[in-house]
Write a protein that binds this ligand. Structure first.
Ligand code: NAP
Length: 320
């Protein structure tokens, strides 16, 4: 019998790549979206998987909607990827971000518990939870000191997952993912914005690339590889937490320099704007992926500049 997987936030970057992976592995894939009228199929069309997914409208803030979906599908796996996922937006919408990103996790776990389902749950946690750290690389035992409303919301979701695992034996994995990029990344995220704006400058559509603080370092990876780790984490006999990262950090400034150079754009098109600085920010962040590699058998050996080349070429090919 085919396994059934529900993916919330399926219209996002990770949802689309995960749906592609699961449909290749012969799953019945059910994707949840907040609005089945307004949702965009563009990621599914791009990956050629529009016919492989059942779409359901489900507001994760509405407990009874989740109960109905769970009773209808009795899923083997539930990947909770839906979230207000932008750190920048979370400073503008702290209450909405905190409400959505924590209440939705609680509703899913409480529904699975009350219905006594054996559904394995994957909770999309984030490296942002670590925030201010004293020692690098961070690992699964590093304490959290979140520096944004988004990071606080993800830390709450993380602890809800741990608590349901420990108190009620619900199978809940926290995948603590570091930044991962792809052609399907939303345009408001740094790497996508740099590449896209670079192409717009080259075509004469824009004059400049305006950015905030770029003298910070982050650990970036490639989204299609990272969703594989999500899937692997639910194929284990025991639920646990895993850090998914490349293990190295790069300066945002180096990403800009590489991209502009690749596109033959002079560096004087870069404008550093202090009004775009975040109220609080981490200077450097990278993780240790040894546990994921050893326990899940996850493999990742890409340099981010190789990924960046791939992304620039894919964006250029599809640029309209
Ligand atoms: P994404 O592209 O922003 O997609 C998230 C999806 O969540 C959206 O497509 C949206 O789908 C849904 N959503 C539900 N409530 C929302 C709200 N209030 N505001 C905006 N969207 C909302 O995210 P992603 O990059 O695929 O990331 C997937 C998950 O991993 C997220 O939980 C994110 O926080 C986490 N994460 C991502 C990264 C990364 O580098 N990408 C790193 C660490 C953790 P509908 O509109 O169809 O409902």
């Amino acid at each position: 019998m085919k396994k059934v997987a529900i993916i919330s936030g399926i219209t996002g970057q990770d949802g689309a790549y995960l749906a592609q992976l699961l449909s290749r592995n012969d799953y019945v894939v059910v994707g949840l979206t907040r609005s089945s009228h307004n949702f965009s199929k563009k990621n599914f069309v791009y990956l050629g998987i529009s016919e492989n997914i059942l779409i359901e409208e489900c507001d994760l803030l509405d407990f009874s909607s989740i109960i109905k979906i769970l009773l209808k599908y009795k899923p083997d796996e539930f990947y909770n990827l839906a979230a207000q996922s932008s750190v920048g937006i979370s400073f503008e919408q702290p209450i909405g971000t905190l409400n959505y990103n924590t209440q939705s996790v609680l509703n899913i776990l409480e529904s699975v518990r009350l219905l006594q389902l054996d559904t394995k749950i994957y909770q999309a946690s984030s490296s942002e939870m670590f925030g201010q750290v004293n020692n690098l690389p961070v690992n699964e035992n590093t304490p959290f000191h979140p520096l944004s409303p988004y990071a606080i919301s993800k830390a709450s979701g993380y602890w809800i997952g741990v608590n349901y695992r420990e108190s009620y034996k619900v199978f809940c994995v926290n995948g603590i993912l570091f930044n991962h990029e792809s052609y399907l990344r939303s345009p408001n995220f740094f790497v996508k914005k740099v590449i896209r704006t670079g192409l717009e400058i080259r075509k004469g559509i824009k004059n400049e690339l305006r950015v905030g603080n770029i003298d910070v370092k982050r650990d970036f990876g490639y989204a299609p590889d990272y969703v594989r780790a999500m899937w692997l984490s639910l194929q284990q006999g025991k639920a646990d937490d895993y850090l998914i990262c490349s293990g190295n950090s790069v300066y945002l400034r180096d990403i800009i320099n590489y991209t502009l150079d690749y596109l033959n754009i002079p560096l004087n098109r870069l404008v550093e704007d202090p009004t775009l600085f975040r109220p609080t920010d981490m200077t450097d962040m990278f993780g240790d992926n040894q546990k994921a590699k050893a326990v899940l058998g996850w493999e990742y050996n890409r340099s981010f500049f190789d990924v960046l080349t791939l992304l620039i070429e894919e964006e250029d090919k599809n640029f309209k």
